[in-house]
Design a protein around this ligand. Structure first.
Ligand code: HEC
Ligand code: HEC
Length: 386
């Protein structure tokens, strides 16, 4: 250790602070056994599947770590295609109906096939569902801190909701709900209730790797896969490998925000003053958990886990109760190295990402636009410290 490093270590020790967490680090205070599971889960997360070990016959990529990468769990450059059908059924206004198009291979349209499927059907990706009313592009997001988001009590999420805008601030917010009525929180449209279900589902949707919690093979546009093209026996992933992957994702910590300079601190104040924090709630607290390291922990989240109407320009597909224009407030995490923003990556700077906010976020966006150039730069400097 250099003298400089010793000094820094002593400083943290003296201040009683925890060491800052880098992107990809596990949450602090895991037991030795949990740290071991984190390390072994990372190996499954990064392992490359082949047709022999269960990949395909349709897939988007051959490893979780291909899309959530550098380090494992970070943003990726893969962009997916999702499709559903939205029927705003009469009498309007809703109840509207969102059809995930399972009978036509939706909502995730796999972009690659194994050589065996290509040979059998002559296709090199899943056919686009004919009944889709919209196509959505989805960048691969950072998945740090999702284990903490998983443990925020439903009551907290509901306490932020204001579906009829009772306080007249122009911001509503309501939770998405899964088919069985449970509150959703994962995915850009906040449809999936638990991290566990999302992780098990990702093996199926992204790689067509069957597992004990996602036992059936994906279809090809809703039709069963032809005999003989999928040699691996189901389930293609063991319960133990699924559990390890789930622990790896669950234990990934939100990186500690960088030390904000004077500008960044001013930007953080402005972020609250102009109303960004109404949706991007800076701090959330987890509830109970059998994992002591995740229990009753306050963390930088910058989300309310609710759906907000973001206006017609960002709108694409419906998912569950989320209409085409509704998106879950994106947690603001690890923005320091990001190069594209919003669900389809259309914004190439933070300033542009803010300018593209519409709908319920139009008020905050307009207040941002009327700030002085120096104040706008301070908000961006703050975001870059996350
Ligand atoms: C082809 C790229 C790709 C692969 C492979 C992939 N993902 Fe993802 N992942 C995505 C995309 C795209 C989303 C965003 C989905 C959306 O917008 O609704 C996502 C979302 C997630 C989320 C939810 C994040 C949130 O903010 O709610 C988790 C958790 C996750 N992935 C875990 C995994 C795991 C575990 C694996 C491996 C089994 C995996 N992913 C494989 C692209 C991928
Ligand atoms: C009404 C709720 C709401 C308000 C107010 C709001 N946002 Fe957002 N924000 C969202 C939603 C929802 C998304 C995801 C939109 C998407 O992916 O298309 C988002 C996305 C973002 C992103 C992109 C994150 C990423 O990783 O791609 C940034 C940056 C951001 N918001 C910053 C801000 C700032 C700064 C303000 C204040 C000027 C603000 N937001 C106000 C709801 C809101």
């Amino acid at each position: 250790m250099t003298r400089h490093r010793v000094a820094i270590a002593l400083l943290f020790f003296a201040a009683g602070c925890e060491k800052p967490l880098k992107p990809g680090d596990p949450v602090p205070k895991l037991t030795k056994e949990q740290r071991d599971r984190f390390a072994r889960g990372k190996v499954v997360f990064d392992s490359v599947f082949t047709p022999e070990t269960g990949l395909g016959p349709l897939f988007n990529q051959d490893a979780c770590g291909e899309c959530h990468e550098d380090p494992a769990g970070g943003r990726g450059d893969e962009v997916e295609v999702h499709a559903t059908a939205f029927h705003a059924s009469p009498p309007n206004p809703p109840p509207a109906v969102c059809d995930p198009l399972a009978q036509e291979g939706g909502p995730v349209i796999q972009l690659h096939t194994t050589p065996a499927l290509k040979q059998a059907l002559g296709i090199d990706q899943e056919p686009f569902p004919p009944s889709a009313t919209a196509r959505a592009m989805r960048t691969s997001p950072v998945i740090f801190g999702r284990g903490l988001l998983d443990l925020v009590p439903d009551t907290v999420i509901l306490s932020y909701a204001d579906p009829s805008d009772k306080n007249h601030d122009g911001v509503k917010g309501r939770p998405n709900r899964f088919v069985d009525g449970r509150i959703g929180r994962f995915g850009r449209k906040g449809f999936v209730p638990t991290l566990r279900e999302f992780n098990a589902g990702a093996f199926g949707a992204e790689m067509s790797v069957t597992n004990p919690e996602q036992p059936t093979e994906e279809t090809v546009g809703g039709k069963p896969i032809p005999a003989g093209v999928d040699p691996a026996t189901d389930p293609e992933l063991s319960q133990e490998a699924l559990d390890l992957t789930d622990d790896f994702v669950r234990f990934l910590a939100p990186p500690t925000p960088l030390k904000a300079g004077k500008d960044g601190r001013h930007g953080r104040d402005l972020f609250s003053q102009i109303g960004c924090a109404t949706c991007h709630r800076p701090l959330l607290r987890t509830g109970d958990s059998p994992v002591a390291a995740l229990k009753n922990r306050e963390f930088a989240a910058y989300t309310d886990l609710l759906l907000h109407d973001m206006g017609p320009d960002l709108a694409d597909i419906c998912v569950g109760l989320a209409t085409p224009a509704d998106f879950r407030t994106e947690p603001l995490l690890d923005l320091r190295g990001a190069e594209h923003f919003l669900h389809d990556g259309r914004a190439t700077s933070l300033e542009q990402a803010i300018e593209l906010h519409g709908g319920e976020a139009a008020g905050a966006r307009d207040r941002f636009k009327t700030l002085s150039e120096a104040d706008r730069a301070a908000v961006v400097a703050f975001l870059k410290s996350l």
